[in-house]
Design a protein around this ligand. Structure first.
Ligand SMILES: Nc1nc2c(ncn2[C@@H]2O[C@H](COP(=O)(O)OP(=O)(O)OP(=O)(O)O)[C@@H](O)[C@H]2O)c(=O)[nH]1
Ligand SMILES: [Mg+2]
Length: 610
């Protein structure tokens, strides 16, 4: 009586339309009432996903097509969340590889395809956004074949079906321009081409956890794939921990997916994707098997983190004013909780109990974690992101990226110079004769820190950049860092318009008037290379004499809005970003101006000793 099942993941480069396609699939599967109001990109359900319009976490859903149950995992396309894709691939038997019919394959297309091919998952190629006026489906398909060949795909793997879609309208075509008006051709290909899950319902129980969820009533829920056997509600089973230890437990509830809902089930069988309650303490990658005959599955292994940032308790003079959780114990507990679900993150202790080294895949991944924490009421400080360096056989190695920059022709020179300073090496340049060029560089990951904002400034917001971890390379030596110093407050007080008016010609301000400041807080970017201490609290002297200059109207330039990501990109080694639920402040690590080493002396000394 087991229904026919297909398990698929949708993978692609960022923004190529995965979540939009899942929307259309859900709508057309008849799972919603005809008049049911649905938000756009319904799977992007958490606040930060909706605000930013990107997917951060991989999520499961399910649809029915002519009696076949199709479990779908929507995955994020941004490279910082690649760990989500790696773990989603463990759940499925095939993938939809989406490619924007105008942009073509980009670095994350390569990354996810490589992972899918390595896992021997058959791909269906979906060329999306065929409605774009600049769509070039035929050319893009050629680029995709080239990519497969480049990735050493086997003959079989090259034999993939191709579907052309407009995910926004919910239309799929087998040939560009055929008369289809629905996604039916896509559903058909999924059922026809993606193999049904293997696994025998009568075999020994083998389940692997690939995600965690939490319910107030049921506690921890394991989202898992049943690889073999049948699991009945209420049975005693064994959790095989990552270290091989066995923990007996009783399954209290079982759920299968249906659209955006979950249905309670009495039993689940090999092939299905399920949510399981009664597994307190279970972790991602662990197995659930028979108690009498435990046969655990291989634990999940995923790529190592490449970027690290130190998270510290807030030691600023304003600490504890705006947040609820401020102690090192709070910070530790929160980071440990994050590790349960965020498989690509690591946390290490440092020499002190007040600071933790957090390792991840990129600046955005860590910024999302920090933003989530501040919304939950945490206060903390973070230091400049650093690249993870490895030593192998006495050689110092650092991660290397493939970087693609797409920009208007007239910025080629500027982009090349900027990347040259960051030890980027140009490998290829393609001109599609659209006025824009696409350049490929090989560059140490270090060179990407803070690159995005600088590139945006230098190309007036027109450049698109994408990167992909390529491997490890010999440490490339020093790299140009921020060339400017900071404008630093020399005292505590409240900023005044009059004082800012006097300071603003020195550089660019980050604070406006009537802001409370403290000694050592960064007020702006100095135009020169050293730091400058300034008094931003100065009041205008009252005077009886009228002078034309004193009465000159005070014109303030609006301060640069330092978002969390901009602040993280900006800070130097001797600076922190202070994060609270209400504020983002930048500060020097040493607040006392008299004790603070001069920035350049300090940095030179540290690079000489390294
Ligand atoms: N013109 C056009 N736009 C589309 C189509 N499909 C998606 N889009 C738009 O592309 C943008 C990105 O869509 P998403 O569905 O969020 O892309 P995604 O692949 O899920 O993005 P990430 O999860 O962040 O990697 C949105 O503005 C969509 O409206 C399409 O077929 N045609
Ligand atoms: Mg998405």
């Amino acid at each position: 009586m087991t229904k026919s099942i297909r398990n698929i993941a949708i993978i692609a480069h960022v923004d190529h339309g995965k979540t939009t396609l899942v929307d259309a699939m859900l709508r057309q599967s008849g799972i919603f009432r005809a008049n049911q109001e649905l938000v756009e990109r319904v799977m992007d359900s958490n606040d930060l996903e909706r605000e930013r319009g990107i997917t951060i976490l991989a999520k499961n859903t399910e649809i029915e097509y002519q009696g076949t149950k199709i479990n779908i995992v929507d995955t994020p396309g941004h490279s910082d969340f690649g760990g989500e894709v790696e773990r989603a691939l463990r759940m499925v038997d095939g993938v939809l590889v989406l490619v924007d019919a105008s942009e073509g394959p980009l670095p994350q297309t390569r990354y996810v395809l490589q992972k899918a091919l390595a896992a021997k998952l058959p791909p269906i190629m979906v060329l999306n956004k065929i409605d774009r006026p600049d769509a070039r489906a035929a050319e893009v398909l050629d680029e995709i074949y080239d990519l497969f060949i480049d990735l050493d795909a086997t003959e079989d793997q090259l034999d993939f079906p191709v579907i052309y879609t407009n995910a926004k309208l919910g239309v799929a075509h087998l040939k560009v321009g055929d008369d289809s008006t629905t996604l039916q051709p896509l559903f058909e290909q999924i059922v026809k081409f993606i193999p049904p899950p293997s696994g025998d319902p009568a075999a020994a129980l083998q389940i692997q956890v690939t995600n965690l969820d939490y319910s107030d009533f049921l506690g921890r829920l394991a989202i898992a794939r049943v690889f073999g056997g049948t699991l009945l509600r209420g049975t005693e089973v064994a959790i095989v921990k990552l270290d091989g230890k066995i923990q007996p437990t009783k399954i209290t509830k079982l759920f299968t997916f249906r659209g955006l809902e979950r249905d309670e089930a009495e039993q689940v069988t090999a092939g299905d994707i399920v949510a399981i309650a009664g597994v307190e303490g279970i972790q991602i990658g662990e197995s659930i098997t028979d108690l009498a005959n435990p046969v655990p599955l291989e634990p999940l292994t995923i790529d190592e983190p490449t970027l690290t940032m130190v998270f510290t308790i807030n030691t600023s003079p304003f600490a504890g004013r705006e947040g609820q959780y401020v102690t090192s114990r709070d910070l530790r507990a929160r980071l440990e909780k994050e590790l349960l679900t965020n498989v690509s993150l690591r946390v290490e202790d440092t020499g002190t109990t007040d600071a933790f080294r957090v390792l991840g895949r990129g600046e955005l991944q860590l910024a999302i974690l920090i933003e989530t924490m501040r919304r939950e009421g945490y206060e903390l400080m973070v230091g400049k992101p650093e690249i993870v360096v490895r030593t192998e056989n006495g050689r110092r190695l650092e991660p290397l990226e493939l970087l693609i920059v797409d920009c208007p022709e007239n910025f080629i020179g500027i982009v090349m110079e900027l990347l040259g300073n960051r030890r980027g090496e140009m490998k290829k340049m393609v001109n599609h004769n659209s006025g824009r060029v696409r350049m490929e560089f090989s560059i140490p990951s270090r060179g990407l820190i803070g690159l995005r904002s600088q590139l945006m400034t230098d190309t007036r917001g027109t450049a698109l950049i994408h990167s992909l971890l390529e491997g490890w390379t010999e440490y490339a030596g020093d790299m140009a860092m921020r060339l400017t110093g900071a404008l630093v407050s020399d005292r505590s007080g409240v900023s005044t318009a009059y004082a800012i008016w006097g300071i603003q010609e020195r550089g660019e301000m980050f604070v406006g008037p009537a802001i409370e400041v403290y000694e050592g807080m960064i007020l702006g970017e100095n135009a020169r290379e050293d730091d400058m201490n300034v008094n931003v609290t100065k009041e205008k002297k009252q005077t009886n004499m009228r002078s034309s200059s004193a009465d000159e109207a005070i014109r303030l330039i609006p301060p640069r809005d330092m978002t969390l990501e901009k602040a993280i990109e900006f800070i130097a080694d001797d600076e922190f970003v202070e994060v609270t639920p209400k504020s983002i402040r930048l500060r020097k690590k040493v607040l006392d101006a008299k004790k603070r080493p001069k920035r350049w002396q300090e940095i030179r000394a540290s690079t000489e000793s390294a």
